[in-house]
Design a protein around this ligand. Structure first.
Ligand code: ARG
Length: 479
């Protein structure tokens, strides 16, 4: 029954085995392959077995099958789990999907009893259950990866509270910052990602099992028993909604897309910082790559790949929305397309989080001297000159204009504000005094921004401690 050896267009395969006796002929082998999801949905095997074990136990406890039959079904399912672990469960395309593959193997193992497993259940509620179980576990893995990533940022932040970095708006030098403050902004984003995923998880964790094909079942099942055994928090209230809801997949991909946006923005900064022009970081050999031609090159492939991979996840979000938008109730085969999107979206998030964590753990080193030189080489303290005058009674807009003119003159003469004499200052405005230079030194400028959430050193230390506290006791490896 291998399809490869069949001439194209000739119906030869074992399709008959899959469906009811309504079918006389097997599937065209090309169509058989086209229809099958076994090529990718074998990834759901553990969840499919978990769901079937719970279903078999429930059928037994409700007296739909005998307790002894339920026990044998469960043992058969565990045998398949062991076979898979040993690499001995390798269903081919004729099995169509993971659900049929398991049922078929169960029937080989148990004979007629295997055919009782599907009582009161359809593949429609079954696949929905499997995907939710699968995604629930992966959300937990992504959460752990986010914790590790945050910890890597926090460790760098802890080292660099007192390191200054130019702050930018419009990618123009704006005001100097504590480097830790800059890094903590990404910790805040990651924290929101964790919250969003936790919220999505609540709606992933609702059980469709027992909705059967679309309308429920006359079999006296107990949906709450299977849901509880599988760790679901609730069951769907409407059987049509249960088998045709993929909102949770869209919500997940939206949250994953934002997560990737955050990683991509950070990746872009790392790429800029590693350039000769910025020179704010050095890439270590652990995470940098070379050029095949230019011997001097050290390339930031890791953040470039993260930036590049973000597009796949946004694409999956659009793909899912488009796949669902025209579907009448209830199940449609289109839904089979949700899996590769979810699998790839999850894989991409996990890979990128791990790579970015490693990058901040051991892949880069900030260059304090370059950073120090950078914050002393511009007019990013101009606002503070204006603030100095404001503190001495000059209206802000007047001070702003005065300093604007001053910066223009200095730029023409190639002088920094730090190079002005007291006479220069007082020629501009009599309110200037000998403390002006100290007041606009970059370190003082940063220290002075004491407002809550600002870059003042004490405030940054407080924010850092809060972020560390939030992560206390949180697992950073999948449990
Ligand atoms: N492989 C299918 C999927 O992934 C399983 C459900 C099939 N249900 C059906 N009525 N054909 O969606």
């Amino acid at each position: 029954m291998t399809t490869e050896s069949s001439p194209p267009g000739v119906a030869t395969s074992g399709g008959q085995a899959t469906w009811s006796n309504r079918f006389d002929q097997g599937l065209n082998p090309v169509i058989e392959r086209f229809n099958a999801s076994i090529g990718f949905d074998l990834a759901l095997l553990q969840e499919d077995l978990d769901g079937s074990v719970a279903h078999a136990r429930m059928l037994g406890s409700r007296g739909v099958i005998s307790a002894e039959e339920a026990q044998r079904l469960i043992e058969g399912l565990e045998t398949i789990r062991a076979e898979a672990a040993a690499g001995a469960f390798r269903p081919g395309v004729e099995a169509e999907d993971v659900h049929f593959a398991v049922e078929r193997r169960l029937t080989e193992l148990l004979g007629a009893l295997g055919k009782k497993l599907h009582t009161g259940r359809s593949r429609n509620d079954q696949v929905g259950t499997d995907v939710r179980l699968w995604l629930r576990r992966r959300i937990d893995a992504i959460d752990a990866a986010l914790v590790r990533f945050e910890r890597a940022l926090l460790a760098q932040a802890e080292r660099h509270v007192d390191t200054l970095i130019p702050g930018y708006t419009h990618l123009q030098r704006a005001q100097p910052l504590s480097l830790a403050h800059h890094l903590l902004a990404y910790v805040a984003m990651a924290q929101r990602d964790r919250e969003r995923l936790a919220d999505v998880r609540r709606r992933v964790n609702i059980c469709p099992l027992g909705a059967a094909a679309l309308a429920g079942t006359p079999v006296p099942i107990d949906r709450r028993q299977t849901a509880a055994e599988l760790g679901f928090e609730a069951i769907y209230g409407n059987s049509l909604d249960a088998v045709s809801d993929r909102d949770f997949a869209v919500e997940f991909m939206a949250a994953a897309s934002l997560l990737m946006v955050h990683l991509s923005r950070l990746a872009e900064e790392v790429i800029l910082w590693a350039s000769e022009e910025f020179g704010f970081i050095a890439l270590t050999d652990r995470c940098a790559t070379g050029s095949s031609l230019m011997p001097q090159k050290k390339n930031p492939d890791v953040p470039e790949l993260v930036r590049g991979k973000s597009g796949r996840v946004f694409g999956h979000l659009m793909g899912l929305l488009t796949m669902i938008k025209g579907l009448p109730l209830a199940y449609n085969k289109d839904f089979q397309e949700d899996k590769e999107a979810l699998f790839d979206g999850v894989r991409t998030c996990l890979d990128c989080l791990e790579a970015m964590a490693i990058l901040f753990e051991e892949g880069l080193a900030f260059r304090p001297q370059r950073l120090e030189a950078a914050v002393h080489s511009d007019y990013a303290n101009a606002t503070d000159v204006a603030d100095y005058l404001v503190a001495r009674g000059v209206p802000f807009r007047e001070a702003y204009q005065l300093v604007g003119g001053l910066v223009k003159r200095c730029a023409l003469e190639g002088r920094l504000l730090a190079e002005l004499t007291l006479a220069d200052w007082q020629a501009l405005h009599p309110a200037f005094d000998s403390d002006i230079q100290a007041a606009i030194a970059p370190r003082q400028v940063v220290a002075a921004r004491r407002s809550e959430g600002g870059t003042g050193f004490a405030e940054v230390r407080r924010q850092l401690a809060l972020a560390q506290e939030r992560l206390e006791g949180e697992a950073d490896t999948p449990q």
